[in-house]
Design a protein around this ligand. Sequence first.
Ligand code: ATP
Length: 298
Amino acid sequence: METILSVNNISKRYGKIQAVNDLSLEVKKGQVFGILGPNGSGKTTTLSTILELIRANKGDFQWFGEEPSKESRKRIGSVIESPNFFPYLSPAINLKIVADIKDHDYGDIDRVLILTGLYERRNSRFKTFSFGMKQRLAVASALLGNPDVLILDEPTNGLDPQGIAHIRELILSIASQGTTIILASHLLDEVQKICSHVAVLDKGKKLFDGKVSEVLAISDSFELSSHDLEGLKKVVAQHPAFQSITPSSDQILVYFKDEVKAEELNQFFFLKGIILSHLSERKRSLEQHFLELLDDNK
Ligand code: ATP
């Protein structure tokens, strides 16, 4: 799959603060890539670096397999700051101004207004817009010229639940048209609902990256039961990935050191002469995993 962005060992320091620390990332075409981390973990610094708004002290990055250039910049749309438009002008006119600045033609304005659900309000003044609509106009402006990549910094910050839902749907609909999306967020829930891939940052360092579905699929414990509960307890301790067990009156909760598949576990017991009457996988949520990662990085 085509690589859209490669970030190679980027570090950025502000005086004593190491905002980004030896960060490497790879974003492929069509991914919705979440950069997830608590406040101050270096998300905005990372996005500002790859958008060339600031310069890293170390490391480099390539867009579309090449050094950043005027051409590559034209293929990237971004919303990094809170939406800022002329308050007394309509979205249609505001977008014409943006199109002039970015050297795009006006032909795309209706498309982005329709896509962001603002077409009906295209002639209202910007100052009459709700915060959610303002945010969607910022996305519309970033989408002018149909960029290959859209970069969003905390896209749902400050929005009410309805505004959050609108932005989520909008991001997913943009992604479904093949646009690669890179977004920074401190909200697990947001990343879980929108992103296909995630990199977890803390204190400027990447703690983990991978598919969101894989993170969600991490399972390290199983509830097990058998009519021969004593036999079950004995045999489970023989499993190569066995870590610990919490027994209760009619079942056991078993923790494993490594990932174990339910089918494999079922077969393991069967071959040892134990018939399971109950087998249930307990999946760790992204939140648990995230908190554990942050804990380990203390
Ligand atoms: P938030 O979610 O709060 O926006 P973030 O993950 O985006 O946080 P950054 O804004 O990248 O984090 O900040 C990373 C660290 O760098 C923080 O400790 C921040 O205070 C510091 N920092 C960021 N910009 C500057 C600056 N211009 N001057 C000094 N320190 C800065």
